[in-house]
Design a protein. Structure first.
Length: 421
């Protein structure tokens, strides 16, 4: 087997191998390749496509993070009671960020102040979820690089705590997310909180070749994601979020795409691919490549980066071989290429941003946006890749971390070869 498999090679192998044999190949020969600094974008043998050695670039930061996280025990939502929530101990709960007491009626329903986060709202479950999304993928990436089972074991301990163990697991729904005092016990808009599970699912797939994911652990984790996927696609909250016109609709597609890929739900992957072209591109990207609904917010720069990252990650997952969504364009030219053309100059030189600065956190952006990496590879743009390499991969501001859910690109380039389309 060659050191780097092209997507077509992998699909052919999957057709001819049993699932067990395919996973052995994926977890054996290909993973041993990753231990060497040879991780190139799948298909890099095409001389026209730029290649980037993410394993070498990120090795030191991954191992440094893993050493720290090995000393920290898993924590789930059950460690943080949500006194104001209508849900139970195992139900994820959060409160809307931009909702505040009404000065005219302090004990009444909260009122909205867009873009201004209320620090007194309950966010402990969200912070625990983000902690999982930071630590578990870093540990999984460390296992891919070193094959040291201690990294896989600790990553597996996190997912067992969150998705398997009856005393600490989270229920597979978000019925009580983004509640508003005096108005609602939960909203579909809260589904965006689990965008932080997208990289966890990707990392769990990468762990399938480890000893620590044997004994049915992986199957139980996958069952949780399958149940959550059903809720996302059938519940009133899930349907409401699917129909959102802005970054919320994008993040619904991103989550369903990755969770369906992980659970091998080919029908939903195909649904998301169609929705990407027929709904997201058509409804969100303006003729000049901007996102009008994000530009209308009080944080237009940060929201544009966030939506671009989510679109680019979904595009990366859904693009298979020559059937690439990076090349998809509407008759008027709208598509991912146009979206990158619009934002790239403002990522490279934020001082040229033509709109007012965001009301919060403007100075903390940009960071190492995954859209630059995925688009640099998908569109063969070396300038995107060079800028990606120069930006900060590890922001420390909590709000930036919250809006930067793809932090371990090694996982995304390695597992790109595993497709069910």
């Amino acid at each position: 087997m060659p050191a780097a498999l092209g997507t077509g090679d992998t699909i052919t192998a999957e057709r001819h191998f049993s699932r067990k044999k395919f996973c052995e190949v994926l977890g054996g020969t290909l993973l041993s390749t990753l231990a060497k600094p040879k991780l190139l974008f799948p298909g890099a043998r095409d001389a026209r496509r730029p290649a980037i050695d993410v394993a070498a670039i990120d090795r030191a930061r991954i191992l440094r993070a893993a050493r720290r996280y090995l000393r920290e025990a898993p924590l789930t939502i059950t460690s943080f009671p949500a006194a104001r929530s209508a849900g139970g101990k195992h139900d994820y709960s959060s409160e809307g960020d931009y909702w505040w007491p009404d000065p005219a009626n302090p004990s009444g329903p909260y009122v909205q102040r867009d873009g201004l986060t209320n620090p007194d709202n309950f966010t402990d479950h969200r912070r625990a979820l983000i902690r999982l999304s930071v630590q578990m993928p870093a540990l999984s990436a460390a296992w891919l690089i070193t094959k040291e089972e201690s990294h896989a074991a600790h990553a597996a301990a996190h997912v067992r705590a969150w998705f398997v163990d009856e005393t600490t697991r989270m229920n597979p729904n978000l019925e009580f997310a983004q509640a508003i005092h005096g108005r609602t016990a939960g909203r579909g808009i809260g589904i965006i909180d689990t965008v932080h599970l997208v990289e966890v699912a990707r990392a769990a797939a990468a762990l399938e070749g480890s000893k620590s994911f044997a004994s049915g652990v992986g199957d139980k984790v996958k069952r949780w994601f399958s149940e959550y996927l059903t809720w996302l696609t059938t519940s009133p909250h899930g349907i409401e979020e699917r129909e959102a016109k802005n970054n919320h609709g994008t993040c619904w597609v991103l989550q369903v795409t990755e969770f369906a890929r992980y659970t091998e739900n080919a029908e939903l992957v195909r649904f998301c691919r169609k929705r990407f072209t027929s709904v997201l591109v058509r409804n969100q990207i303006a003729p000049n490549g901007s996102f009008p609904l994000e530009l209308a917010r009080t944080k237009p720069y940060g929201y544009s980066l966030f939506n671009l990252d989510a679109l680019a990650t979904a595009c990366h997952i859904l693009s298979i071989g020559r059937d690439s969504l990076w090349k998809f364009e509407l008759p008027d030219g709208r598509g991912m290429r146009k979206a990158l053309d619009y934002m790239f100059p403002y990522i490279a030189a934020k001082t040229s941003w033509p709109l007012p600065a965001d009301v919060q956190y403007f100075d903390q952006w940009p960071v190492r946006q995954p859209s630059l990496l995925f688009a640099g590879l998908g569109l063969s743009r070396m300038d995107y890749l060079e800028l990606w390499r120069r930006l900060n991969p590890d922001p420390t501001v909590a709000e930036v971390i919250r809006n930067f859910p793809i932090r371990q690109p090694l996982l995304w380039l390695f597992d790109k070869t595993r497709s069910i389309l």
